[in-house]
Structure formats: C-alpha cells, structure tokens
Ligand binder design. Sequence first.
Ligand code: PLP
Length: 359
Amino acid sequence: MNRIHNFSAGPAILPTEVLQEAQAELLNYQGSGMSIMEMSHRGKHYDAVHQEALANFRELLSVPDDYGILLMQGGATSQFSLVPMNLRLEGRVADYINSGSWSKKAIKEAKILGNVNVAADCGSEIPTRQARQEELKLSDNAAYLHCCSNETISGAQIKQFPKSNAPLVADMSSDILSRRLTISDFGLIYAGAQKNLGPAGVTLVIVRKDLAAGVSESVPEMFRYQTHLENDSLYNTPPTFGVYLLCLVTRWLKAKGGVDAMEALNDRKANKLYTAIDGSEFYTGTAVPEFRSTMNVTFRLPTEELEKQFIAEAGKKDMDGLKGHRSVGGIRASIYNAFPEEGVDALVAFMKEFEQTNG
Ligand SMILES: *Cc1c(COP(=O)(O)O)cnc(C)c1O
C-alpha cells in the first residue's frame, strides 16, 4: 500500500482502517444497493450513522446532558460569526484572547457584530505562545471569553484553559479529541472536522443548551444553534458522507482506547520530536516551550535555504506536508490522532541524518 508519511496541517491524514472500511462499503452500504451518500438523510441507514456519530462524541468527551452536540457546515470560519451572533447578549462586550492567526480572524469577525475587548494580545510575538491567566484584562460583564485552544499555524497550545466569570468559548479545530477535557468548563466548543475528526465539510459544535436558547429573534433560523439543537442537526440536509466518515473515526477512536489513550500517544509522539529539537543546536522550536503543541510541531533551521532543502529531501523519503504555513515559514509537522508513531520515528531519524550532513 503506497501510503506516505502525511504531515499535512489540514485537510489531514485519516486512519487507514477507516478509509478501507469506507472503500469496502462505498458502492453498496449494508446491502442497500446504494452508497451511503446516495440515500435520504431521513432514511434508516443514514439516521443510524448520524445518531451513532453523536452518541460516540458524547461518550468520548463525556459531554453532560445539558450540552448539545451539533453537526454543522461552513467550517470553523463560519463559527467566528455564529458565536457572536448567537451568544452576544444585547449591548454586552465579548472578551477575546489573541494568540495568533486563527484567534485574530475570530476577533475580526466578532468586531463586525459588536464590541470586542482583546483581553490579552500575544498574536504577533515570535516565538509564539498562548496568554497566561495573570495577564488577562477581562471585562466586568462579558457575554463570553473566546480562545483558540491550539494555534495550528504557530504550534502554540493552551495547556490550562483561561478562567473568567463569563462562559468560555474555544476554537478547538486542530486539537479536539486529542486530549481529555472537562466539558463543563466551557460554554461552547467548535471545531472544523478536517484536522482531527474527518474530512472537510463538517463542523462540530458543543454548546451549553441555556446559552443556545438565549439567541436573538433577529438571527436567521439556519444560523441559530437553537435550530440545530431542536432538530438533532437534521434541520436541513447534513453533509452525510462527511458525517459517515466522522462516525467511522469515532468508532476507531473508541477501539483504540478513547481520548485517554490518544492523549498518551499524542504526548509520546510530540515528545519525541521536541526531544530531537532540543537535543540539537541545528533545530530551534518556534513556540514558547510551555505552550508547545502536541498536534502541530513547529521549528526552524539555521537558514531558509536549509529549510527548503530539508523539505525537498524529506519529500524524497515519502514525508509530505512539512512546509510551514506561508505566513510564518519554517517547518511544521502536524501529527494529529491518526498520524502513526512510526511516521514520527521516521522524521526524527531523518532530522538526525540531515543535521549530520548539513549541520
Ligand atoms: C483550520 C482552522 C480554522 C479554519 O477552519 P475552516 O474549516 O477552514 O473554516 C479555524 N481555526 C483553527 C484553529 C484552525 O486550525
């Protein structure tokens, strides 16, 4: 099987077993004579998949009953607008932490819809980091506090979530299901699927039901969390094939031992790379060490020339997707849940070899 080491930041690697299963039942889903993507979203086959995906998420993340789980569309980018549309109670300010590119985009959208207080700004700092609790300048009566749990581009991840009196909203697009969470610490969590959950096209939202219920009448039906809550995410046609793949990924995660097992594996994978970086004078980690991401490992080489050469030679060894985001350069190894440990070992071995020849 010609599967390469796929370090893509997103859309990203999916478990091979999941793709094989989808392939096996692509033409004839469970004896129906149709593909799952060719059938009604109100029929029994799709409904079973839809309900199982929701139930598996609830189980994997221990989501309490007073929270709804929604399967939406429009990506995390739509959530940048939907959060303020739904949660901004009339005339109130929303607190935002700027920790980099993605939170900056969320702030930009929220400003279109109302008042934003930037509670901490570390968005343009290199090396990059997340905000510390003691530096937060929180508003007195904020509608919510927004953070990005893992800045996919810089590789800076929140290790201890911020505390405030307002409900906490987190963009977890690139680290949802990578580690254990206490859902009751949050008012709302959202994540585009294409990094750690499945293919692009599905957006997961976990929302405390009382917050969703506070939506203003002026918000269109389709853009209300409440609408999707009341209709079990079947208000309109859901992205059926994406939800099906998500269902397979959640089954795969359960079989692998769930979020606790994934967290241990993710820590081990990331540690191998950070140990390789710290053990050399040649490689330099991009993120401030206490905020180093377990999902997106970012680092630099002594020159941009060497970085280009590194990426090209890695490519010849079947390692793809290592080029850092165009806005920051450098190297980024994205090692989501589905990325196998052998691929990390291969990269560590290549890093040593490359340093020996070029260091
Ligand atoms: C990828 C990403 C987004 C954007 O997701 P889309 O699905 O493209 O809208 C937002 N936030 C974070 C943290 C991301 O990694």
